[in-house]
Design a protein. Structure first.
Length: 149
């Protein structure tokens, strides 16, 4: 029996220690619930700021490379300068040639009209002179012309 009493006494002591430990844990739990923790974000903020700076540098470099690439690609689509000069010279020469040809056609048509009028006057003068020198031919012509109508 003494052993059972010893075991019971040990069990009671253990239970009372357990109860004390449980009360301490509850007290600490309540203290933890009441305590407001303010996290220290300075280290995290400095890490994020350095990352953002690195990303900004990388972004700027990429933008520079893209603009350089765009410039080089836009220049690659251009025709060589000598070809542009040659083409514009040929176009200018063609325009001048066509303009001169049109001018010459107009001048020659005016000259042809003047020559035609001059030739017509000379022919009429020649016929009138012929009819003055040969009045019988004039009479035959007038007779023929009236019969024709």
């Amino acid at each position: 029996m003494a052993k059972i009493d010893d075991i019971a006494e040990l069990l009671v002591e253990e239970l009372s220690d357990f109860k004390l430990q449980l009360e301490k844990m509850q007290h600490l739990s309540n203290e933890l619930k009441m305590t407001h923790l303010l996290p220290d974000m300075t280290e995290m903020s400095s890490i994020l700021n350095s990352f953002v700076k690195n990303q900004d540098i990388v972004h700027r470099e990429q933008c520079k490379k893209v603009t350089e690439l765009t410039k080089s690609l836009s220049k690659s689509n251009h025709y060589p300068r000598w070809l542009l000069v040659l083409l514009s010279s040929v176009l200018l020469f063609t325009f001048c040639l066509v303009s001169y040809s049109i001018y010459e056609i107009k001048v020659s048509s005016d000259a042809n009209l003047n020559n035609y009028v001059k030739g017509q006057k000379e022919a009429m003068h020649h016929f009138n002179k012929f009819f003055e020198e040969n009045p019988e031919a004039k009479d035959k012509y007038l007779k023929w012309n009236t019969n024709r109508d």
